[in-house]
Design a protein. Structure first.
Length: 78
């Protein structure tokens, strides 16, 4: 399989490109893989949680944690 990785301007991988024949072969090998791609729905309960979190952030945009500090704090407790 000849995959090509797509990166952003910071060098982070953001996607892949695969030749169509490789995709066709995967669809034959893994029946239903295309269905998974098409039937992805976010459940309403998750949408509600996301909406609540966005509203909380918009109400208090300075009341957030620094991601790197949060990860460091979690790793200390492991």
């Amino acid at each position: 399989m000849n995959l090509q990785f797509i990166s952003d301007n910071k060098g982070l991988t953001t996607g892949i490109f695969m030749p169509i024949q490789d995709w066709q072969d995967l669809k034959k090998k893994y029946k239903g893989i295309e269905k998974e791609e098409q039937d992805f729905d976010i459940p309403e309960w998750r949408k509600t949680i996301i909406d609540q979190r966005l509203a909380a952030y918009k109400a208090n945009p300075t009341d957030v944690l620094d991601f790197n500090q949060a990860i460091a704090d979690i790793e200390k407790e492991l």
